[in-house]
Design a protein around this ligand. Sequence first.
Ligand code: F0G
Length: 460
Amino acid sequence: MFRPRDEYAEPFRIKMVEMIKMTDRPTRERLIREAGYNVFFLPSEAVYIDLLTDSGTSAMSDYQWAGMMQGDEAYAGSRNYFNLKETVKDIMGYEYVVPTHQGRGAEHVLMNTLVKPGDRVLGNMHFDTTEGHILLRGAEPVNCLAEAGYRVSEESDFKGNFDLDKLEAEIKKCPGKVPFILITVTCNNNGGQPVSMANIRAVREIADRYGIRVFFDAARFAENCYFIKQLEPGYESKTIEEIAREMFSYGDGCTMSAKKDALVNIGGFLAFRREEDFRKAVQWQIPFEGFITYGGLAGRDLEAMARGLREVLNLDYLEDRIGQVRYLGDLLVKAGIPIVRPVGGHGVYVDAREFFPHIPRDQFPAQTLVVELYIEGGIRGVELGGCAFGRKDPVTGEDIWPELELLRLAIPRRVYTDRHMNLVARALARVKERASSVRGLKLTYQAPVLRHFTARFERV
Ligand code: F0G
Protein backbone atom coordinates (compact mmCIF):
# COMPACT_ATOMS: atom_id res chain seq x y z
CA MET A 1 0.00 0.00 0.00
CA PHE A 2 2.22 2.87 1.23
CA ARG A 3 5.98 2.42 0.77
CA PRO A 4 8.02 2.75 4.02
CA ARG A 5 9.48 6.26 4.31
CA ASP A 6 13.08 5.06 4.67
CA GLU A 7 13.01 3.34 1.28
CA TYR A 8 13.12 6.62 -0.62
CA ALA A 9 14.30 10.22 -0.20
CA GLU A 10 12.95 13.59 -1.26
CA PRO A 11 12.58 13.50 -5.06
CA PHE A 12 14.22 16.92 -5.42
CA ARG A 13 17.39 18.86 -4.69
CA ILE A 14 17.18 22.12 -2.75
CA LYS A 15 18.46 25.10 -4.76
CA MET A 16 17.57 27.97 -2.49
CA VAL A 17 16.95 28.30 1.23
CA GLU A 18 15.38 30.78 3.61
CA MET A 19 16.83 31.08 7.10
CA ILE A 20 14.46 30.68 10.03
CA LYS A 21 15.14 31.31 13.67
CA MET A 22 13.88 30.28 17.05
CA THR A 23 12.66 32.93 19.48
CA ASP A 24 12.86 32.52 23.26
CA ARG A 25 9.89 31.50 25.35
CA PRO A 26 9.27 34.85 27.15
CA THR A 27 9.17 36.56 23.73
CA ARG A 28 6.63 34.05 22.47
CA GLU A 29 4.52 34.45 25.58
CA ARG A 30 4.47 38.21 25.08
CA LEU A 31 3.77 38.01 21.34
CA ILE A 32 0.88 35.61 21.67
CA ARG A 33 -0.67 37.70 24.44
CA GLU A 34 -0.35 40.83 22.29
CA ALA A 35 -1.94 38.88 19.41
CA GLY A 36 -5.06 38.27 21.55
CA TYR A 37 -4.12 34.56 21.62
CA ASN A 38 -4.91 34.40 17.92
CA VAL A 39 -2.02 33.11 15.79
CA PHE A 40 -3.32 34.94 12.72
CA PHE A 41 -1.98 38.11 14.37
CA LEU A 42 1.56 36.81 14.94
CA PRO A 43 4.35 38.14 12.74
CA SER A 44 5.52 35.13 10.73
CA GLU A 45 9.14 35.99 11.50
CA ALA A 46 8.42 35.04 15.09
CA VAL A 47 7.36 31.56 13.98
CA TYR A 48 9.99 28.82 13.78
CA ILE A 49 8.03 26.09 11.98
CA ASP A 50 4.92 27.42 10.31
CA LEU A 51 2.16 24.84 9.93
CA LEU A 52 -0.65 27.41 9.88
CA THR A 53 -1.53 26.40 6.37
CA ASP A 54 -0.46 24.45 3.32
CA SER A 55 -2.04 27.20 1.23
CA GLY A 56 0.20 29.52 -0.75
CA THR A 57 3.20 28.21 1.18
CA SER A 58 4.60 25.72 -1.34
CA ALA A 59 8.15 25.95 -2.62
CA MET A 60 7.96 26.42 -6.39
CA SER A 61 10.23 24.42 -8.68
CA ASP A 62 12.94 25.69 -11.03
CA TYR A 63 10.53 24.86 -13.86
CA GLN A 64 7.84 27.10 -12.36
CA TRP A 65 10.31 29.93 -11.70
CA ALA A 66 11.52 29.69 -15.29
CA GLY A 67 7.89 30.04 -16.36
CA MET A 68 7.54 33.16 -14.21
CA MET A 69 10.08 34.85 -16.51
CA GLN A 70 7.82 34.09 -19.43
CA GLY A 71 4.83 35.97 -18.07
CA ASP A 72 2.92 37.80 -20.77
CA GLU A 73 1.42 40.63 -18.72
CA ALA A 74 -1.45 41.37 -21.07
CA TYR A 75 -4.89 42.42 -19.88
CA ALA A 76 -6.48 40.44 -22.69
CA GLY A 77 -5.26 37.33 -24.46
CA SER A 78 -2.09 36.53 -22.50
CA ARG A 79 -0.37 33.38 -23.78
CA ASN A 80 -0.11 32.15 -20.19
CA TYR A 81 -3.90 32.10 -19.97
CA PHE A 82 -4.10 29.85 -23.01
CA ASN A 83 -1.49 27.54 -21.52
CA LEU A 84 -3.51 27.37 -18.30
CA LYS A 85 -6.71 26.71 -20.23
CA GLU A 86 -5.07 23.87 -22.20
CA THR A 87 -3.66 22.38 -19.00
CA VAL A 88 -7.04 22.43 -17.24
CA LYS A 89 -8.66 20.89 -20.31
CA ASP A 90 -6.02 18.13 -20.37
CA ILE A 91 -6.14 17.28 -16.68
CA MET A 92 -9.77 17.94 -15.81
CA GLY A 93 -11.53 17.80 -19.14
CA TYR A 94 -13.24 21.18 -18.60
CA GLU A 95 -13.32 23.49 -21.60
CA TYR A 96 -14.12 26.82 -19.95
CA VAL A 97 -11.69 28.38 -17.49
CA VAL A 98 -11.81 31.67 -15.60
CA PRO A 99 -8.84 32.54 -13.40
CA THR A 100 -9.45 34.18 -10.03
CA HIS A 101 -7.13 35.71 -7.45
CA GLN A 102 -7.49 32.63 -5.23
CA GLY A 103 -9.95 29.87 -4.32
CA ARG A 104 -12.45 32.05 -2.50
CA GLY A 105 -12.60 34.34 -5.54
CA ALA A 106 -13.74 31.31 -7.53
CA GLU A 107 -16.27 30.47 -4.80
CA HIS A 108 -17.60 34.01 -4.85
CA VAL A 109 -18.14 33.92 -8.61
CA LEU A 110 -19.67 30.43 -8.54
CA MET A 111 -22.12 31.24 -5.73
CA ASN A 112 -23.23 34.43 -7.44
CA THR A 113 -23.65 32.56 -10.70
CA LEU A 114 -25.71 29.64 -9.44
CA VAL A 115 -27.01 30.20 -5.89
CA LYS A 116 -30.19 32.11 -4.97
CA PRO A 117 -31.40 33.19 -1.51
CA GLY A 118 -33.21 30.29 0.15
CA ASP A 119 -31.20 27.67 -1.74
CA ARG A 120 -29.33 24.86 -0.02
CA VAL A 121 -25.88 23.87 -1.21
CA LEU A 122 -25.11 20.25 -0.32
CA GLY A 123 -21.58 19.00 0.15
CA ASN A 124 -19.57 16.35 1.96
CA MET A 125 -18.18 19.07 4.25
CA HIS A 126 -17.86 22.65 3.07
CA PHE A 127 -14.67 24.56 3.82
CA ASP A 128 -15.11 27.71 5.92
CA THR A 129 -14.83 30.26 3.10
CA THR A 130 -17.22 28.16 1.00
CA GLU A 131 -19.67 28.13 3.86
CA GLY A 132 -19.19 31.89 4.23
CA HIS A 133 -19.99 32.54 0.56
CA ILE A 134 -23.10 30.36 0.69
CA LEU A 135 -24.33 32.21 3.80
CA LEU A 136 -23.57 35.58 2.21
CA ARG A 137 -25.89 34.61 -0.67
CA GLY A 138 -28.71 34.03 1.84
CA ALA A 139 -28.48 30.30 1.20
CA GLU A 140 -27.80 27.40 3.53
CA PRO A 141 -24.69 25.20 3.51
CA VAL A 142 -25.53 21.56 4.32
CA ASN A 143 -22.92 18.91 5.10
CA CYS A 144 -23.72 15.31 4.17
CA LEU A 145 -20.51 13.65 5.37
CA ALA A 146 -20.82 9.96 6.23
CA GLU A 147 -20.80 9.33 9.99
CA ALA A 148 -17.37 7.67 9.95
CA GLY A 149 -15.91 11.03 8.92
CA TYR A 150 -16.81 12.46 12.33
CA ARG A 151 -15.33 9.59 14.33
CA VAL A 152 -11.80 10.81 14.81
CA SER A 153 -10.11 7.60 15.82
CA GLU A 154 -11.87 5.25 13.41
CA GLU A 155 -9.30 3.77 11.03
CA SER A 156 -11.32 3.55 7.84
CA ASP A 157 -10.43 4.63 4.33
CA PHE A 158 -12.18 7.47 2.52
CA LYS A 159 -13.58 9.33 5.49
CA GLY A 160 -14.35 12.25 3.17
CA ASN A 161 -17.19 10.24 1.61
CA PHE A 162 -20.80 11.38 1.43
CA ASP A 163 -23.58 9.65 3.30
CA LEU A 164 -25.51 8.95 0.11
CA ASP A 165 -28.83 8.35 1.86
CA LYS A 166 -28.54 11.64 3.69
CA LEU A 167 -27.63 13.40 0.45
CA GLU A 168 -30.71 12.07 -1.29
CA ALA A 169 -32.95 12.83 1.71
CA GLU A 170 -31.70 16.44 1.76
CA ILE A 171 -32.48 16.80 -1.95
CA LYS A 172 -35.99 15.43 -1.45
CA LYS A 173 -36.60 17.73 1.53
CA CYS A 174 -36.51 20.90 -0.59
CA PRO A 175 -37.26 20.17 -4.22
CA GLY A 176 -35.83 22.73 -6.61
CA LYS A 177 -33.71 24.36 -3.91
CA VAL A 178 -30.41 22.59 -4.57
CA PRO A 179 -28.45 24.39 -7.31
CA PHE A 180 -25.52 21.97 -7.11
CA ILE A 181 -23.65 19.46 -4.98
CA LEU A 182 -20.07 20.34 -4.03
CA ILE A 183 -17.55 17.54 -3.54
CA THR A 184 -14.50 18.71 -1.59
CA VAL A 185 -11.47 16.55 -2.46
CA THR A 186 -9.73 15.95 -0.12
CA CYS A 187 -12.03 17.00 2.70
CA ASN A 188 -10.07 19.62 4.62
CA ASN A 189 -12.24 20.09 7.69
CA ASN A 190 -12.14 16.56 9.00
CA GLY A 191 -8.49 15.84 8.41
CA GLY A 192 -7.71 16.05 4.70
CA GLN A 193 -9.66 12.83 4.24
CA PRO A 194 -10.11 11.49 0.70
CA VAL A 195 -13.31 10.73 -1.17
CA SER A 196 -13.43 7.44 -3.09
CA MET A 197 -14.13 7.20 -6.79
CA ALA A 198 -17.09 4.91 -6.04
CA ASN A 199 -18.63 7.54 -3.77
CA ILE A 200 -18.04 10.32 -6.33
CA ARG A 201 -19.66 8.18 -9.04
CA ALA A 202 -22.65 7.52 -6.77
CA VAL A 203 -23.06 11.24 -6.02
CA ARG A 204 -23.15 11.86 -9.77
CA GLU A 205 -25.84 9.19 -10.21
CA ILE A 206 -28.01 10.75 -7.52
CA ALA A 207 -27.49 14.23 -8.97
CA ASP A 208 -28.49 12.99 -12.41
CA ARG A 209 -31.69 11.52 -11.03
CA TYR A 210 -32.72 14.98 -9.82
CA GLY A 211 -31.17 17.05 -12.59
CA ILE A 212 -28.65 18.72 -10.26
CA ARG A 213 -25.14 19.84 -11.18
CA VAL A 214 -22.02 18.53 -9.45
CA PHE A 215 -18.94 20.64 -8.78
CA PHE A 216 -15.63 19.84 -7.19
CA ASP A 217 -13.72 21.92 -4.71
CA ALA A 218 -10.47 20.77 -6.28
CA ALA A 219 -7.97 22.50 -3.98
CA ARG A 220 -6.29 19.18 -3.12
CA PHE A 221 -7.41 17.07 -6.07
CA ALA A 222 -4.04 15.40 -6.75
CA GLU A 223 -3.71 14.28 -3.13
CA ASN A 224 -7.19 12.75 -3.40
CA CYS A 225 -6.18 10.94 -6.60
CA TYR A 226 -3.10 9.55 -4.86
CA PHE A 227 -5.25 8.04 -2.11
CA ILE A 228 -7.55 6.50 -4.71
CA LYS A 229 -4.53 4.91 -6.36
CA GLN A 230 -3.18 3.56 -3.07
CA LEU A 231 -6.42 2.45 -1.47
CA GLU A 232 -9.23 1.82 -3.92
CA PRO A 233 -9.43 -1.57 -5.63
CA GLY A 234 -9.10 -1.32 -9.40
CA TYR A 235 -6.98 1.86 -9.37
CA GLU A 236 -3.57 0.50 -8.30
CA SER A 237 -2.16 0.42 -11.80
CA LYS A 238 -3.79 3.58 -13.13
CA THR A 239 -1.76 6.78 -13.42
CA ILE A 240 -2.65 9.87 -11.40
CA GLU A 241 -3.56 11.55 -14.73
CA GLU A 242 -6.04 8.79 -15.53
CA ILE A 243 -7.56 8.91 -12.08
CA ALA A 244 -7.92 12.71 -12.21
CA ARG A 245 -9.54 12.50 -15.63
CA GLU A 246 -12.10 9.99 -14.41
CA MET A 247 -12.80 11.87 -11.18
CA PHE A 248 -13.47 15.19 -12.93
CA SER A 249 -15.59 13.43 -15.57
CA TYR A 250 -18.29 13.11 -12.88
CA GLY A 251 -18.47 16.90 -12.43
CA ASP A 252 -19.82 19.92 -14.27
CA GLY A 253 -16.86 21.99 -13.21
CA CYS A 254 -14.75 22.98 -10.25
CA THR A 255 -13.46 25.73 -8.05
CA MET A 256 -9.72 25.63 -7.49
CA SER A 257 -7.50 27.21 -4.91
CA ALA A 258 -4.24 26.91 -6.82
CA LYS A 259 -2.41 27.76 -3.60
CA LYS A 260 -2.59 24.09 -2.70
CA ASP A 261 -2.32 21.49 -5.47
CA ALA A 262 -1.13 23.87 -8.17
CA LEU A 263 1.97 24.52 -6.06
CA VAL A 264 1.84 28.31 -6.30
CA ASN A 265 1.81 31.14 -3.79
CA ILE A 266 -1.27 32.85 -5.14
CA GLY A 267 -4.02 32.07 -7.67
CA GLY A 268 -7.13 30.08 -8.41
CA PHE A 269 -9.70 29.41 -11.07
CA LEU A 270 -13.17 28.29 -11.87
CA ALA A 271 -13.75 25.75 -14.64
CA PHE A 272 -16.93 24.63 -16.37
CA ARG A 273 -18.03 21.94 -18.74
CA ARG A 274 -20.91 24.02 -20.15
CA GLU A 275 -20.66 27.24 -22.04
CA GLU A 276 -23.88 28.60 -20.49
CA ASP A 277 -22.43 28.37 -16.97
CA PHE A 278 -19.23 30.01 -18.14
CA ARG A 279 -21.09 32.90 -19.78
CA LYS A 280 -23.04 33.63 -16.62
CA ALA A 281 -19.95 33.35 -14.44
CA VAL A 282 -18.04 35.82 -16.56
CA GLN A 283 -20.60 38.49 -15.67
CA TRP A 284 -19.47 38.21 -12.07
CA GLN A 285 -15.84 37.41 -12.73
CA ILE A 286 -15.11 40.58 -14.73
CA PRO A 287 -16.27 43.12 -12.13
CA PHE A 288 -14.78 41.25 -9.17
CA GLU A 289 -11.69 39.47 -10.48
CA GLY A 290 -10.64 41.19 -13.69
CA PHE A 291 -10.93 40.11 -17.30
CA ILE A 292 -11.36 36.43 -18.29
CA THR A 293 -7.73 36.08 -19.33
CA TYR A 294 -6.11 37.23 -16.10
CA GLY A 295 -8.51 37.06 -13.14
CA GLY A 296 -6.67 39.27 -10.70
CA LEU A 297 -3.33 37.66 -11.49
CA ALA A 298 -0.23 38.52 -13.48
CA GLY A 299 0.65 36.46 -16.55
CA ARG A 300 3.58 35.01 -14.62
CA ASP A 301 1.22 33.73 -11.92
CA LEU A 302 -0.93 32.02 -14.55
CA GLU A 303 2.16 30.37 -16.01
CA ALA A 304 3.39 29.11 -12.62
CA MET A 305 -0.09 27.75 -11.96
CA ALA A 306 -0.26 25.90 -15.29
CA ARG A 307 3.15 24.35 -14.67
CA GLY A 308 2.34 23.48 -11.05
CA LEU A 309 -0.82 21.67 -12.11
CA ARG A 310 1.24 19.31 -14.24
CA GLU A 311 4.00 18.89 -11.65
CA VAL A 312 1.65 17.95 -8.84
CA LEU A 313 0.59 14.81 -10.73
CA ASN A 314 4.09 13.33 -10.39
CA LEU A 315 3.85 10.12 -8.41
CA ASP A 316 7.26 10.46 -6.71
CA TYR A 317 6.27 13.91 -5.53
CA LEU A 318 2.91 12.71 -4.17
CA GLU A 319 4.45 9.72 -2.43
CA ASP A 320 7.01 11.91 -0.69
CA ARG A 321 4.47 14.60 0.17
CA ILE A 322 1.87 12.34 1.69
CA GLY A 323 4.61 10.15 3.16
CA GLN A 324 5.87 13.15 5.14
CA VAL A 325 2.43 13.89 6.51
CA ARG A 326 2.10 10.26 7.58
CA TYR A 327 5.61 10.40 9.09
CA LEU A 328 4.51 13.20 11.44
CA GLY A 329 1.27 11.35 12.20
CA ASP A 330 3.18 8.21 13.17
CA LEU A 331 5.46 10.19 15.50
CA LEU A 332 2.46 11.69 17.26
CA VAL A 333 0.77 8.33 17.65
CA LYS A 334 3.97 6.98 19.20
CA ALA A 335 3.95 9.90 21.65
CA GLY A 336 0.40 9.00 22.67
CA ILE A 337 -1.14 12.13 21.15
CA PRO A 338 -4.73 11.68 19.98
CA ILE A 339 -4.91 12.42 16.25
CA VAL A 340 -7.48 11.97 13.51
CA ARG A 341 -6.96 8.53 11.98
CA PRO A 342 -6.02 7.64 9.37
CA VAL A 343 -3.68 10.53 8.57
CA GLY A 344 -4.99 12.51 5.61
CA GLY A 345 -3.39 14.35 2.73
CA HIS A 346 -2.08 17.73 3.82
CA GLY A 347 -1.74 17.70 7.55
CA VAL A 348 -2.11 16.00 10.88
CA TYR A 349 -5.11 16.93 13.01
CA VAL A 350 -5.00 16.60 16.79
CA ASP A 351 -8.18 15.92 18.75
CA ALA A 352 -8.13 18.74 21.29
CA ARG A 353 -11.07 17.48 23.32
CA GLU A 354 -9.17 14.34 24.13
CA PHE A 355 -5.93 16.26 24.63
CA PHE A 356 -7.55 18.65 27.14
CA PRO A 357 -10.54 16.74 28.59
CA HIS A 358 -10.82 19.27 31.42
CA ILE A 359 -11.37 22.29 29.14
CA PRO A 360 -15.04 22.84 28.21
CA ARG A 361 -16.06 23.73 24.66
CA ASP A 362 -16.80 27.34 25.44
CA GLN A 363 -13.19 27.68 26.59
CA PHE A 364 -11.92 26.55 23.18
CA PRO A 365 -9.69 23.50 23.76
CA ALA A 366 -8.31 23.48 20.19
CA GLN A 367 -7.48 27.18 20.23
CA THR A 368 -5.82 26.63 23.60
CA LEU A 369 -3.69 23.87 22.10
CA VAL A 370 -2.68 26.12 19.20
CA VAL A 371 -1.50 28.72 21.73
CA GLU A 372 0.38 26.21 23.90
CA LEU A 373 2.18 24.67 20.93
CA TYR A 374 3.36 28.10 19.83
CA ILE A 375 4.61 28.95 23.31
CA GLU A 376 6.29 25.55 23.64
CA GLY A 377 8.12 25.32 20.35
CA GLY A 378 7.50 28.40 18.18
CA ILE A 379 5.32 26.17 16.02
CA ARG A 380 2.17 27.63 14.51
CA GLY A 381 -0.81 25.41 13.81
CA VAL A 382 -4.42 26.44 13.37
CA GLU A 383 -7.72 25.81 15.10
CA LEU A 384 -10.48 23.99 13.21
CA GLY A 385 -13.06 23.68 15.93
CA GLY A 386 -15.44 25.70 18.03
CA CYS A 387 -13.99 29.07 17.08
CA ALA A 388 -13.75 28.45 13.31
CA PHE A 389 -17.06 26.63 12.92
CA GLY A 390 -19.12 27.45 15.99
CA ARG A 391 -21.83 30.07 15.72
CA LYS A 392 -24.70 31.58 17.69
CA ASP A 393 -28.21 30.36 16.92
CA PRO A 394 -29.86 33.45 15.40
CA VAL A 395 -33.13 32.75 17.25
CA THR A 396 -32.11 31.42 20.68
CA GLY A 397 -28.65 33.01 20.88
CA GLU A 398 -27.25 29.68 22.04
CA ASP A 399 -23.86 28.41 20.94
CA ILE A 400 -23.95 25.82 18.16
CA TRP A 401 -20.77 23.74 18.30
CA PRO A 402 -19.34 21.78 15.36
CA GLU A 403 -18.80 18.03 15.73
CA LEU A 404 -15.01 18.33 15.72
CA GLU A 405 -12.57 20.25 17.88
CA LEU A 406 -9.18 20.00 16.16
CA LEU A 407 -5.72 21.51 15.99
CA ARG A 408 -4.50 21.25 12.39
CA LEU A 409 -0.82 20.98 11.59
CA ALA A 410 -0.85 21.68 7.85
CA ILE A 411 2.39 20.86 6.10
CA PRO A 412 3.57 23.18 3.31
CA ARG A 413 4.60 21.35 0.13
CA ARG A 414 8.36 20.84 -0.48
CA VAL A 415 9.32 23.22 2.36
CA TYR A 416 10.23 21.35 5.55
CA THR A 417 12.25 18.19 6.17
CA ASP A 418 11.46 15.26 8.40
CA ARG A 419 13.78 16.78 11.05
CA HIS A 420 11.39 19.69 11.35
CA MET A 421 8.63 17.15 11.86
CA ASN A 422 10.67 15.55 14.67
CA LEU A 423 10.71 18.89 16.51
CA VAL A 424 6.98 19.37 16.05
CA ALA A 425 6.30 15.96 17.59
CA ARG A 426 8.66 16.66 20.50
CA ALA A 427 7.05 20.03 21.27
CA LEU A 428 3.57 18.53 21.29
CA ALA A 429 4.74 15.74 23.56
CA ARG A 430 6.02 18.37 26.01
CA VAL A 431 2.67 20.18 25.97
CA LYS A 432 1.03 16.84 26.69
CA GLU A 433 3.16 16.36 29.81
CA ARG A 434 1.73 19.54 31.32
CA ALA A 435 -1.74 19.25 29.74
CA SER A 436 -3.70 18.94 32.97
CA SER A 437 -2.44 22.29 34.27
CA VAL A 438 -3.31 24.25 31.09
CA ARG A 439 -6.22 26.69 31.32
CA GLY A 440 -8.64 27.48 28.50
CA LEU A 441 -9.48 30.75 26.75
CA LYS A 442 -12.32 33.23 26.86
CA LEU A 443 -13.54 34.88 23.65
CA THR A 444 -13.45 38.69 23.97
CA TYR A 445 -14.15 39.75 20.37
CA GLN A 446 -15.86 38.02 17.46
CA ALA A 447 -16.98 39.07 13.96
CA PRO A 448 -20.33 37.80 12.65
CA VAL A 449 -18.85 35.74 9.76
CA LEU A 450 -15.54 33.77 9.69
CA ARG A 451 -14.86 34.82 13.26
CA HIS A 452 -11.65 32.82 13.78
CA PHE A 453 -9.56 35.11 11.58
CA THR A 454 -10.04 38.16 13.79
CA ALA A 455 -11.21 36.70 17.12
CA ARG A 456 -9.47 37.82 20.30
CA PHE A 457 -9.16 35.87 23.53
CA GLU A 458 -8.03 36.15 27.12
CA ARG A 459 -6.79 33.39 29.39
CA VAL A 460 -9.51 32.02 31.69
N1 F0G B 1 -11.54 25.15 -0.42
C1 F0G B 1 -10.77 24.46 0.42
C2 F0G B 1 -11.01 23.00 0.61
C3 F0G B 1 -9.75 25.11 1.13
O1 F0G B 1 -9.01 24.41 1.97
C4 F0G B 1 -9.55 26.49 0.92
C5 F0G B 1 -8.51 27.22 1.63
C6 F0G B 1 -10.38 27.17 0.02
C7 F0G B 1 -11.36 26.46 -0.64
C8 F0G B 1 -10.24 28.65 -0.24
O2 F0G B 1 -9.13 28.90 -1.03
O3 F0G B 1 -7.59 30.25 0.42
O4 F0G B 1 -7.29 30.13 -2.05
O5 F0G B 1 -9.17 31.38 -1.09
N2 F0G B 1 -7.88 26.73 2.59
C9 F0G B 1 -6.77 27.34 3.29
C10 F0G B 1 -6.38 26.45 4.43
C11 F0G B 1 -6.94 28.75 3.65
O6 F0G B 1 -5.55 26.88 5.24
O7 F0G B 1 -6.88 25.32 4.53
P1 F0G B 1 -8.25 30.23 -0.92
